[in-house]
Design a binder for this molecule. Structure first.
Ligand code: ADP
Ligand code: MG
Length: 240
């Protein structure tokens, strides 16, 4: 089995004597979508922030294809092929749509040919972004802003994409578009780690699921194993 990411026994937190994550071990197989579920406050976002270098783990290590990336800063991780879509917006609202698309290409250092090629690809796929490319990102609707953030992923083409609750507060139509895009990322060579409160959707979309409760992994397994009696299983995992 080819593991793209291995997080081993990660203990982490925001202040010295409170560990939000306790001995969390998670692996992502190359070419898969891996999911994580858990109640609010379980530590899901904290886990992703730790892998992405915003928090330094107090214990444990993180490997990207056997390369130790524990504690490495986000901008370096981006160059190594990681990308992160936080639950809150990561757009620059006062910059144009086009500038928002171009900024990450500077971080990863693409040639101007590659930049033009990818931008054209994004504009073909999302004609409404092309039509509005000179407008401020902040002028778009919430759903369109989310689409723009996903379009940025097509500019970056990461090896591993972390997505935190992508459809909270988003219309069903845009949510469906986002889930379709997540599936399509695999075909572009991007493996995905997805946090989503929509259990059914998460189990349908992913290959493997982790369940987090109070900062620990309390269950895990192939998603197919969770297709039946999903609700009952989840209630049991979370001790409801
Ligand atoms: N910036 C922060 N500073 C201090 N504590 C935080 C911060 N962000 C989250 N927490 C705490 O960490 C715990 C886990 O939060 P979080 O990772 O956001 O959970 P989830 O994403 O599963 O809802 C919660 O108790 C939360 O209050
Ligand atoms: Mg969260």
């Amino acid at each position: 089995m080819e593991y793209l990411l291995e997080a081993e026994h990660i203990t982490a937190g925001y202040i010295e004597d409170v560990d939000v994550l306790q001995e969390v071990s998670v692996r992502v197989i190359q070419g898969s979508i891996t999911g994580m579920i858990g109640l609010n406050g379980a530590g899901k976002s904290t886990f992703v922030k730790t892998v992405f270098g915003f928090l330094k783990p107090k214990k444990g290590r993180i490997l990207l294809e056997k390369d130790d990336i524990t504690g490495i800063e986000p901008h370096i991780l981006i160059r190594k092929g990681l990308w992160y879509l936080p639950q809150e917006s990561s757009l620059f609202p006062h910059l144009t749509i086009e500038d928002n698309l171009l900024i990450p290409t500077r971080v990863i250092g693409l040639s101007s040919y590659e930049i033009r090629d990818r931008l054209e690809h994004v504009y073909t796929r999302f004609p409404e972004l092309k039509a509005n490319r000179k407008r401020h990102a902040g002028d778009l609707s919430g759903g369109q802003q989310k689409i723009l953030e996903f379009a940025k992923v097509l500019m970056v083409k990461p090896r591993l994409l972390f997505i935190d609750e992508p459809t909270v507060g988003i219309s069903p139509k845009i949510a469906a578009e986002i889930y379709t895009m997540i599936q399509q990322f695999l075909g572009e060579g991007t493996s995905v780690f997805l946090i989503d409160h929509n259990l059914r959707k998460l189990v349908d979309l992913t290959d493997y699921v982790y369940v987090m409760s109070l900062g620990r992994i309390v269950a895990e397994g192939p998603s197919s194993q969770f297709q039946d009696s999903l609700k009952e299983q989840v209630q049991r995992w979370l001790g409801l």
